[in-house]
Design a protein around this ligand. Sequence first.
Ligand SMILES: [Zn+2]
Length: 55
Amino acid sequence: MKMKRCRTCGIYTLKETCPNCGRPTTSPHPPRFSPLDPYGKYRRMLKKQVFGGQL
Ligand SMILES: [Zn+2]
């Protein structure tokens, strides 16, 4: 399933058009950390720890 968002109403829907105002919906901004990469955050933290002490 792909969530869509009406930028006018600010509501989320699965439909191509907003059920509230009828405007075409758009994909919301991607999450800060992708759910497809759940360990990316920890990799970045580790990298920061490793390089933080050397640089
Ligand atoms: Zn709307």
